[in-house]
Ligand binder design. Structure first.
Ligand SMILES: C[S@@+](CC[C@H](N)C(=O)[O-])C[C@H]1O[C@@H](n2cnc3c(N)ncnc32)[C@H](O)[C@@H]1O
Ligand SMILES: Nc1nc2[nH]cc(C(=O)O)c2c(=O)[nH]1
Ligand code: SF4
Ligand SMILES: [Mg+2]
Length: 258
């Protein structure tokens, strides 16, 4: 499976502008999260993010964005090289910070692919998205000085201000088939989740069923998930929400390109 290091020379600043999209990695795997878990899929990971979750499992797309600028043709070509795949997952970083993601999705859709977009739900774009896999960020994601993986809390305020945009979130839920996939650190996250789900329900014309709400245990390694998955599974049963595993972590731990 191709990994980040297979992609030309990384740029140091994925926000710096260029032709096409800053791509951190393209790889073929099983969708590990959400309602399509287990489906063979090609992942296209853009670089750059408007948030900075302390726990981000894609550090080199957020805290230290790296990648190579690639045109849409070359990305499509690499996707098509995985001949068995009918599903493509566009992720990041935050893929919807890039206007060019719309063109990529249009081309993928025209080629007949099912498209999932993994997004933090803060930016709305009009694009052929078959599944909006929205992971709104909770207060427990905020990089306070004691949890900052890089600096001393410089991102705390910006992250806190930008992590929820109700207009973008509601529009996404209204326009696309959507799942709300929350990263759960412990039971203290649940009141915020129920409140946010209520607010989304009030703001949209769409029915958001309890099983459109997914609780995903926080953890980027098997060892970390060992500390969260049982509690999160119990919370899903208690609240009537859906549990999603992190199948890729269970299968391959934190290996690159999985
Ligand atoms: C790296 S993000 C990229 C897409 C988008 N920026 C977002 O956050 O939804 C992909 C998925 O991984 C989740 N994620 C990131 N770090 C995680 C961690 N340590 N444990 C569990 N899920 C994590 C995110 O919430 C999101 O659902
Ligand atoms: N196998 C696998 N499934 C995933 N689902 C969402 C992912 C992501 O990073 O967005 C992801 C990922 O990184 N790997
Ligand atoms: S929003 Fe997504 S990519 Fe950005 S820091 Fe959080 S988990 Fe990472
Ligand atoms: Mg991932």
């Amino acid at each position: 499976m191709p990994v980040a290091s297979d992609i030309e020379e990384p740029t140091t600043d994925a926000d710096a502008g260029g032709e096409g999209l800053p791509i951190n990695e393209v790889f073929y795997s099983l969708q590990g999260e959400g309602t399509l878990a287990g489906v063979p899929s090609v992942f296209v990971r853009t670089s750059g993010c408007n948030l900075r979750c302390w726990f981000c499992d894609s550090y080199h797309t957020s805290w230290e964005p790296t990648g190579a600028w690639r045109d849409v043709d070359s990305i499509i070509e690499e996707v098509q090289s995985h001949e068995q795949a009918t599903h493509v997952v566009l992720t990041g970083g935050e893929p919807l910070i890039h206007e060019e993601s719309v063109e990529l999705l249009e081309r993928l859709s025209a080629e007949g692919y099912h498209t999932t977009v993994e997004t933090n739900g803060t930016i709305y774009r009009d694009a052929p998205i078959d599944l909006a896999s929205i992971s709104p960020k909770l207060a427990s994601s905020t990089p306070t000085p004691d949890r900052d993986p890089k600096g001393e809390g410089e991102w705390e305020e910006k992250h806190e201000q930008n992590r929820i945009d109700m207009d973008a979130l509601s529009q996404m839920v209204d326009e696309y088939e959507a799942q709300l996939k929350f990263v759960v650190t412990d039971e203290s996250d649940l009141p915020e989740i129920t409140d946010l789900v209520d607010r989304v329900r009030a703001a949209t014309a769409t029915t958001v069923a309890d099983d459109d709400v997914l609780l995903m245990p926080e953890g980027m390694t098997r060892e970390q998930l060992d500390g969260t998955r049982s509690e999160v599974a119990e919370l899903a049963m208690e609240y009537g929400y859906r549990y999603t595993p992190r199948l890729h972590v269970d299968l391959w731990n934190d290996a690159p390109g999985t």
